[in-house]
Design a protein around this ligand. Structure first.
Ligand code: HEC
Ligand code: HEC
Ligand code: HEC
Ligand code: HEC
Length: 173
C-alpha cells in the first residue's frame, strides 16, 4: 500500500513545481519599454529603434516591392503569410499591435511582462530570471541577427556595419 502513496506525493510535487516555474511571460509592446528607455542618460534605446528600419518591417510587407516579391513565390497576401511574417513581424501570432511593431525590442530581448518593473530591471540576475534575454558576446548577437539576416533576399549581411547602425548602449557601460 505504500507505493501508491509515495507516487502520489511525487506526482503532487511535480505538479507543484510545474505550477511554480511555469509562469508565462508575455509580450507587452515597445511602448512599455519607451517609458524608461528614451532619455539621453539611459541611452535613448527607444528613439534609436524608432529611427531604424526594424519598426517598419511589417509595413514593408504592404509595399509594391513586397507584392512583387510575394507574387514571384505564389504568395497572395504577404501581410498575412507566415513565410514573410516569420522575419518581418515575428510576434504576429501574439497580438495585432505586436504584429504592427515588426522587429520590436522584445523580439531580441524576450517577453517583458515580468522583467519590466524598475526593481527587477535594476537587477540583472532577477531580470534574466524574469524573461530578459542577454547575449554573452558579439558572436551570440551575430547568431541572433542571422536568424533573419542570413542571406535574406539574397543580400549579404555585414554584421559589424549593421550592428553599428542599430546598437543602443547605456552610456558608460
Ligand atoms: C520602469 C522602468 C523600465 C522599464 C519599463 C523597462 N526598463 Fe529596461 N532597464 C531599466 C533600468 C533602470 C535598467 C538598468 C540600467 C543600468 O543598469 O544602468 C534597465 C536595463 C535594461 C537592459 C540591460 C540589461 C543589462 O543589465 O544588460 C535591457 C536589455 C532592457 N532594460 C530592456 C528593456 C525592455 C526590452 C523593456 C520593455 C519590455 C524594458 N527594458 C522596460 C528600466 C526599465
Ligand atoms: C529570412 C528572413 C526573411 C524572410 C522570410 C522574408 N524577409 Fe523580407 N527582408 C528580410 C530582411 C533581413 C530585409 C532587410 C534586408 C536589408 O536591407 O539588408 C528584408 C527586406 C525586405 C523588403 C525591403 C524593405 C524595404 O524597406 O526596403 C521587402 C519589400 C521584403 N523584405 C519583402 C518580403 C516578403 C514579401 C516576404 C515573404 C515572401 C519576405 N520579405 C520574407 C528578411 C526576410
Ligand atoms: C526577427 C528578424 C530580425 C532579426 C532578429 C534582426 N533583424 Fe534586422 N531587419 C529585419 C527586417 C525584416 C529588416 C527590413 C526592415 C525594412 O526595411 O522594412 C531588417 C533591417 C535591418 C537593418 C536595416 C538595413 C539597411 O540597410 O538599412 C539593419 C541595419 C538591421 N536590420 C540590423 C540588424 C542587426 C544588427 C540584428 C541583430 C542584432 C538584426 N538586424 C536582427 C529582421 C530582423
Ligand atoms: C534587433 C535586435 C534588438 C532590438 C530590436 C532591440 N535590441 Fe536592445 N539590444 C540588442 C542587443 C544584441 C544588445 C546588446 C546586448 C549585450 O551586449 O549583451 C542590446 C542592448 C540593449 C540594452 C543594454 C545596453 C547596455 O549597454 O547594456 C538596452 C537597455 C536595450 N538593448 C533596450 C532595448 C529597447 C528598449 C529596445 C526597443 C525600443 C531594444 N533594445 C531593441 C538587440 C536589440
Amino acid at each position: 500500500m505504500k507505493k501508491p502513496i509515495i507516487l502520489t506525493v511525487i506526482l503532487a510535487a511535480v505538479v507543484m513545481s510545474l505550477f511554480l516555474s511555469g509562469q508565462d511571460f508575455t509580450y507587452v509592446g515597445a511602448g512599455k519599454c519607451q517609458i524608461c528607455h528614451k532619455t539621453e542618460k539611459q541611452g535613448q534605446q527607444y528613439p534609436i529603434w524608432e529611427m531604424s528600419n526594424h519598426p517598419k518591417s511589417f509595413a514593408a510587407l504592404a509595399s509594391p516591392q513586397a507584392a512583387a516579391n510575394a507574387q514571384a513565390l505564389g504568395i497572395k497576401d504577404p501581410t498575412n503569410d507566415p513565410k514573410c511574417l516569420k522575419c518581418h513581424a515575428p510576434l504576429a501570432d501574439k497580438a495585432a499591435e505586436l504584429k504592427a511593431e515588426g522587429v520590436s525590442c522584445e523580439v531580441c530581448h524576450g517577453p517583458g511582462s515580468a522583467y519590466k518593473t524598475l526593481a527587477i530591471m535594476k537587477n540583472k540576475d532577477e531580470a534574466v530570471k524574469n524573461g530578459l534575454k542577454l547575449y554573452a558576446n558579439a558572436d551570440a548577437i551575430k547568431a541572433h541577427c542571422l536568424t533573419c539576416h542570413e542571406n535574406a533576399h539574397g543580400k549579404n549581411f555585414d554584421f559589424n556595419a549593421a550592428w553599428a547602425k542599430i546598437k543602443h548602449p547605456i552610456p558608460g557601460k
